[in-house]
Design a protein around this ligand. Structure first.
Ligand SMILES: C[S@@+](CC[C@H](N)C(=O)[O-])C[C@H]1O[C@@H](n2cnc3c(N)ncnc32)[C@H](O)[C@@H]1O
Length: 298
């Protein structure tokens, strides 16, 4: 009996100690960031300053992204969402804290497009808020779009008023999403989804190659209205080795991409933390060092 008690006490101490170390590190770092108040105002750069991405991270294939959105579905109900989660970035159905802050700061209003929306957590969060008139998410992984639409269908079926706006989701690549005939430009019923007041990107840019990143930035410039905003959350070069993927991006790299030649100027970049699944088990635990960028459409 004594032995069982001793083992339980030791394991509880181990688990708590481990978690509080992670959270402690996070809090100390957040505080130092707050004090540092690190931001960059009105940065205009004419030409991309870095031809090569500043990162040793690996670019994964489209097949990888398309294969990870596989969920167990209940028999006889293809729309049912099970609790089996498979993506490495699954955040337990919660929106990213940076998206929540941007909304609460009044920066996300009107028509919003979510690039690389995954299963739609960020769109669904925004769809529950005042001041958002329409939401469109797109992702090139069909499984992600099926899951996002199923989530919305469940919320609508619950009739609990959780959604103030009904988000729409489309399969599409960020490298040609503004092509003529894109569902983001004109819907079948003749209405238009674009132009958007703002685009959000929660972890898409750092998945792309440099060439695709350039094309993505130009495509978004065709979807967002003049003086509209692009918000990007990506893993930063502050993350230490060992590191495999995705790419870690620097402030200069972001400034080079969102430059005047591509139709943008960076107005702010903040260091932040990105929320990750606690079970992921990395050197950064449940958080990863990230950059949160705001750019203005010229
Ligand atoms: C790290 S996940 C983030 C998903 C979601 N935004 C989130 O916060 O959970 C990156 C997403 O980008 C999508 N993606 C990658 N390359 C893409 C491309 N070229 N066009 C559209 N989506 C892409 C992937 O399928 C994946 O869903």
């Amino acid at each position: 009996m004594k032995l069982i008690f001793l083992v339980s006490a030791l394991s509880a101490f181990y688990c708590y100690g481990f978690q509080s170390t992670n959270l402690g590190t996070y809090k100390i770092y957040s505080e130092s960031l707050r004090k540092k108040n690190h931001h960059i105002n009105k940065i205009r750069s004419k030409k991309p300053q870095h031809a090569e991405p500043l990162s040793s991270g690996e670019v994964l294939s489209p097949e990888f992204y398309k294969s990870v959105y596989v969920r167990e579905v209940a028999p006889n109900d293809g729309e049912q969402i099970s609790d089996v989660r498979t993506t490495p970035w699954d955040n337990g159905g919660r929106p990213q804290p940076a998206i929540v802050r941007a909304y609460e700061d009044g920066k996300l209003r009107g028509r919003i497009v979510d690039a690389g929306c995954g299963e739609g957590e960020n769109c669904i969060y925004l769809a529950s808020k005042f001041g958002i008139s329409s939401l469109v998410g797109f992702d090139f992984a069909e499984g992600a779009i099926v899951a996002a639409r199923a989530r919305v269908a469940h919320l609508l079926a619950a009739r609990d008023g959780a959604l103030r706006t009904v988000p729409e989701f489309h399969v599409g690549s960020c490298t040609d999403i503004a092509r003529p005939g894109s569902p983001l430009l004109a819907r079948d019923d003749g209405t238009e989804a674009a132009p958007f007041d703002a685009s959000i990107d929660s972890g898409l840019l750092h998945c792309l190659s440099h060439a695709d990143s350039e094309e993505y930035v130009r495509q978004m410039a065709r979807l967002v209205k003049k003086s509209g905003r692009a918000f990007v959350g990506c893993f930063s070069t502050a993350n230490p080795d060992p590191w495999q993927n995705p790419r870690r991006l620097s402030e200069d790299y972001l400034k080079g991409l969102f430059c005047t030649d591509n139709g943008w100027e960076v107005v702010d970049i903040q260091e932040t933390w990105w929320s990750r699944p606690p079970a992921r088990g990395s050197s950064q635990g449940a958080f990863c060092q990230a950059l949160w960028m705001e750019a203005r459409r010229l």
